[in-house]
Design a protein around this ligand. Structure first.
Ligand SMILES: *Cc1c(COP(=O)(O)O)cnc(C)c1O
Length: 378
């Protein structure tokens, strides 16, 4: 194959999902599997479901529609508020939406009425990270408002941390969410089935503190890449290599290390100064910033990423490599997100059969950084 591709090992995703589902179910927490980094890939969605996630979530309606169109029946949650004009599409594919504006609730209510369905709402509460959500002091009024609107039901409360400002999920902010849930239930005489505490950044909290009323986490990165987004460290026993990026080489020549000529700005701003250290083998892989975040690539041993422009990834390799030869990279979340979104990168799926990794149900208070590799069975 001559274009860059992402190889996805669905068996590893399933193993990761199952490990996290098992860990969290012991604490009374269900997992919503988040597919947005894979553009709502039905293959990845099925692997998450096979690993036991309760439902699927995505921030984009197009991705949820792709999952529905593939025939997947699991309950779907829209993780980012729709605009009012997206209400009909939203209620047609998702059973629950995360909301924070009266106008959106009104639009979802009207759309659900037209469809003859009841749409679930998770009211998002701002607990410090300053992204989406209403302020805690407005939660009771907003919940009262929802309870008076037809065709929608208050399915629960949610919050999202560690995304915009990096605020760490803690006993304090999770306790605040639990207290708000109890306050609403007492004041309105209802039961809130979903208390959604956050994303993969909540895992360290979830394994070290009592969950309180929190009974759902929305996990993307930890299932897909096996790491904790707060530290970017591998999670014990999870696979960190379910995705790899394979890119063909187009040039591999001996070149000097320092540029020649007066230096202005490069295609992407001020270039990092390059010092002459003699002739090296400079190898170009046929991918660029349009397709991947070069800072998020892990090259193989002996290969260094030197620079990237729109369409050229400039590497230093030990030996010359023939054009068409392929080179394989690991990806972080940012690199994965962009590569899955590029029309110039194809995704290919495998499901290597292997023993489950020795996932340890015992976890110390902080997430350990040791990965237990699993033996691959040919
Ligand atoms: C992306 C997203 C998630 C999943 O985040 P991860 O860090 O990938 O686990 C959860 N909730 C919301 C609202 C999101 O937008």
């Amino acid at each position: 194959m001559t274009c860059p591709r992402i190889e996805v090992d669905l068996a590893k995703i399933e193993v990761n999902a199952r490990a996290l589902v098992t860990l969290l179910s012991a604490r009374g927490i269900d997992v919503t599997g988040v597919t947005k980094a894979t553009l709502g890939s039905p293959e990845v969605a099925r692997a998450m479901l096979a690993g036991g996630v309760m439902r699927l979530g995505d921030s984009r309606i197009d991705n949820l529609e792709a999952i529905r169109d593939a025939g997947i029946q699991a309950p779907l949650t829209l993780l980012r508020s729709p605009t009012p004009d997206q209400a009909d599409r939203t209620v047609a594919c998702a059973s629950v939406s995360q909301v924070s504006e009266h106008e959106v609730v009104k639009a979802l209510s009207a759309a659900a009425g037209r469809l003859g369905s009841i749409h679930g709402l998770v009211l998002m509460v701002e607990l410090g990270d300053l992204r989406e959500g209403i302020l805690p002091e407005n939660v009771l009024d907003f919940a009262r408002y929802i309870s008076r609107i037809p065709h929608v039901t208050l399915a629960g409360l949610g919050t999202n941390l560690a995304c915009r400002a990096g605020v760490v999920p803690s006993a304090d902010n999770m306790g605040e969410l639990s207290a708000l849930a109890a306050l609403l239930e007492g004041a309105l005489g209802l039961h809130l089935p979903i208390i959604s505490g956050g994303n993969s950044a909540n895992l360290a909290w979830a394994i070290s503190a009592p969950a309180g009323r929190v009974n759902d986490l929305r996990l993307g990165e930890s299932i897909l890449l096996g790491c904790d987004p707060l530290t970017r460290k591998p999670l014990n026993g999870l696979h960190t290599d379910a995705f790899s990026l394979v890119v063909p080489i187009i040039e591999s020549l001996a070149k000097p290390t320092a540029p020649r000529g007066a230096i202005g700005e490069a295609a992407f701003g001020v270039p990092t100064p390059m010092h002459e250290r003699g002739t090296i083998i400079q190898t170009i892989a046929s991918i660029g910033r349009q397709d991947v975040d070069p800072a998020g690539l892990t090259p193989p041993v002996g290969v260094r990423v030197l620079a990237a422009s729109s369409d050229h990834l400039v590497l230093e390799t030990q030996h010359r490599q023939a054009p068409g030869e392929e080179i394989r990279f690991g990806l972080d979340y940012s690199a994965l997100l962009r590569a899955m979104t590029s029309p110039f990168v194809v995704a290919t799926f495998t499901a290597t059969k292997r023993h489950a990794p020795s996932f340890s149900p015992f976890l110390p208070p902080s997430i350990p950084s040791v990965v237990t590799p699993s033996p691959a069975i040919p």
